[in-house]
Ligand binder design. Structure first.
Ligand code: C2E
Ligand code: CA
Ligand code: CA
Ligand code: CA
Length: 277
């Protein structure tokens, strides 16, 4: 089962270009990677500005590809999406994140939600609802401890369908965040129909708040989110100046290298059990 034009891949020919050979190698390696447990999750803290306290964690996948070291998601998620193997990888990631979070909950180390990323292909059928329901049952994680992040463009691709799917997830007791907000041309009236509790401002705007237009988008997003009763998270916060701008304009939660990079479980463990900053 390849992407359209998959017959291209049924034989090697001199015409086969480097791109398609690389892609085929990548798909094979992704299948092996999933079977051989080469994927791992890092976790990045989210901080509530008003209190300075931890507000949540976001899980971010990494791939320890043999002979290639640590591969970042931007290098493989697109290929995983196009080949469909994102379903398997995504299911693994959701289950692993829930197990880890349930464990930290039981240890008393973590009392705030974990956010997991769900990509467009994972969102393209209702199976994601079963994956989440089963993950909750298997891990024993309280639904209120889970948040699903989907991008604005995924949500807006087919808004009627998205509304139905998001309500099914919401009905499990799981909360929903719209990721990369500001990049996908949301309509206000559509956004209101989604059971979304959080907007995440894309880091391209956060990184550029000295720019007049980016600053206007950040301010507008915060006003919009608060008008709809939603929390605002700014991602990619790297400087004190960005933090100050966000705080001055009423942003609720920040996430970025200024506070912590995404960290492997043992380092997050230390981070969680260490003294408050
Ligand atoms: P995203 O969900 O928008 O995640 C935010 C990205 O910004 C992450 O990149 C994170 O490491 C990075 N980041 C965090 N703070 C800063 C900062 O202060 N400065 C800069 N420059 N970057 C920062 P990462 O981990 O490489 O992930 C990239 C994308 O891959 C994610 O974007 C998400 O769309 C996707 N992804 C990650 N994990 C998963 C997963 O488990 N499943 C799915 N379906 N997609 C995932
Ligand atoms: Ca995200
Ligand atoms: Ca994002
Ligand atoms: Ca992104």
């Amino acid at each position: 089962g390849k992407i359209e034009g998959g017959s291209r891949y049924t034989f090697y020919s001199p015409e086969m270009n480097t791109w398609s050979r690389d892609r085929l190698d990548m798909e094979t390696a992704l299948h092996h990677g999933l079977a051989n447990q080469e994927f791992e999750l890092f976790y990045q803290p989210q901080i509530e500005i008003a209190s300075g306290r931890l507000a949540g964690l976001e899980s971010l996948i990494r791939w320890q590809r043999p002979g290639k070291g640590r591969v970042m998601p931007d290098e493989f998620i697109t290929a995983a999406e196009e080949s469909g193997i994102i379903r398997g990888i995504g299911e693994w990631a959701i289950h692993a994140a829930m197990r880890q979070t349930a464990h930290w909950n039981r240890e008393g180390l973590l009392t705030v939600p974990l956010a997991v990323n769900v990509s467009a292909r994972q969102f393209s059928d209702m199976a994601i609802v079963d994956t989440i329901r089963e993950g909750l049952a298997d891990s024993g994680l309280a639904p209120s401890m889970l948040k699903v992040e989907l991008t604005e463009s995924t949500a807006m691709r087919n808004p009627g369908y998205a509304a139905e799917l998001l309500h099914s997830i919401h009905n499990l007791g799981v909360s929903i965040a719209v990721d990369d907000f500001g990049t996908g041309y949301s309509s206000l009236s559509l956004l209101k129909r989604f059971p979304v509790s959080e907007l995440k401002i894309d880091r391209s705007f956060v990184g550029d708040v000295s720019d007049h237009d980016a600053a206007a988008i950040v301010r507008g997003t915060i006003a919009l989110a608060h008008g709809l009763g939603m929390t605002v998270v700014a991602e990619g916060v790297e400087t004190q100046a960005q933090l100050r701008f966000l705080a001055d304009h009423g942003c609720d939660v920040v996430q970025g290298y200024l506070f912590a990079q995404p960290l492997p479980p043992d380092e997050i463990r230390n981070w969680l059990s260490g003294p408050p900053p």
